[in-house]
Design a binder for this molecule. Structure first.
Ligand SMILES: NC(=O)c1ccc[n+]([C@@H]2O[C@H](COP(=O)([O-])OP(=O)(O)OC[C@H]3O[C@@H](n4cnc5c(N)ncnc54)[C@H](O)[C@@H]3O)[C@@H](O)[C@H]2O)c1
Length: 261
């Protein structure tokens, strides 16, 4: 028999970005523990069959409200919201976006802030509010070590050595840092309404990156490697379940020791 402390059977989850690398793992991991999972994503390819899929842009409040109405009607009021959808600058991002800080275009900054900060806030305003109304729930905001600490620009030295201009952009860091205080703000705001709000901070996830990047990352990481995508699930299950019933406003760091030195 499963330990009831971590029991999630029969509860309802909304995972944003369920089509992405981590979102897929979260959807499948929660569904395999008996949760009914809804994915809110702009992409459809990649959402696991275990999820009920909603095509939602999380920066669109009315789209969120209407998707939530469908979730409540079809699955019930959510018990868990995982604010996982996010934008980062991909390795092939336009040069200006990954150029010197002094020249970062405003639109590139706005686009990331819009999804990573406003999108998460709107998900809390809609899904979180429904949970507060029901008097129970857990919100998990997915952040990054780059939101807690500055990016280590040296990790990208190998790209500069090839003649590319590459600076890890400011918007991602600022947006992920903002989630830490969205968490604290809402943890206190909803504390007496039974909704717990926590940040889950992750280090870089292995995704078949460039060998030179992997080597630079390993040299900086106490554990000498990136996070395997499956290693974020245990912390999410903890924050989602009653095992964390007195944990709110916190930041659970799963970083292989990245922030320990
Ligand atoms: N991959 C990493 O190394 C890493 C490290 C630390 C934290 N994180 C965080 O984990 C989360 C997931 O990252 P990932 O690597 O799986 O990313 P990913 O790019 O694989 O997935 C992100 C998902 O979000 C969706 N999305 C983007 N904009 C959206 C919008 N406006 N509305 C709805 N959905 C939208 C995308 O379609 C995609 O499916 C992000 O918040 C990221 O910041 C990732």
């Amino acid at each position: 028999m499963r330990d009831p402390l971590f029991e999630l059977e029969g509860r309802v989850a909304v995972v944003t970005g369920g089509a992405g690398q981590l979102g897929r793992v979260f959807v499948e991991g929660l569904a395999s523990r008996g949760m009914q999972v809804a994915s809110f994503d702009v992409a459809s390819a990649g959402v696991p069959e275990a999820a009920r899929e909603y095509s939602v842009d999380i920066t669109d409040r009315s789209a969120l409200s209407s998707a939530l109405e469908d979730v409540v009607g079809e699955l019930g009021t959510p018990h868990l919201l995982v604010n996982n959808a996010g934008l980062d600058s991909p390795p092939d991002a336009p040069a200006a976006e990954v150029g010197p800080f002094e020249d970062v275009p405003e639109q590139a900054f706005d686009a990331v802030m819009d999804v990573n900060v406003k999108g998460a806030m709107l998900c809390c305003q809609t899904v979180g509010a429904a949970m507060a109304h029901a008097g129970r729930g857990s919100i998990v905001n997915i952040s990054s070590v780059y939101g807690m600490l500055s990016p280590v620009q040296d990790l990208y030295e190998f790209r500069r050595a090839r003649g590319e201009t590459y600076v890890k952009p400011v918007a991602y860091s600022v947006s992920k840092g903002a989630l830490l205080n969205l968490t604290r703000y809402l943890a206190t705001y909803w504390a007496k309404d039974g909704v717990r709000v926590n940040t889950l901070t992750l280090a870089g996830v292995w995704n078949d990156q460039d060998e030179e990047f992997l080597a630079a990352f390993a040299a900086r990481s106490p554990m000498g490697r990136m996070l395997d995508e499956r290693e974020a699930l245990g912390a999410l299950v903890f924050l989602a379940s009653d095992a964390s019933s007195y944990v709110t406003g916190s930041n659970l760091v799963v970083d292989g020791g990245w922030s320990a030195w």
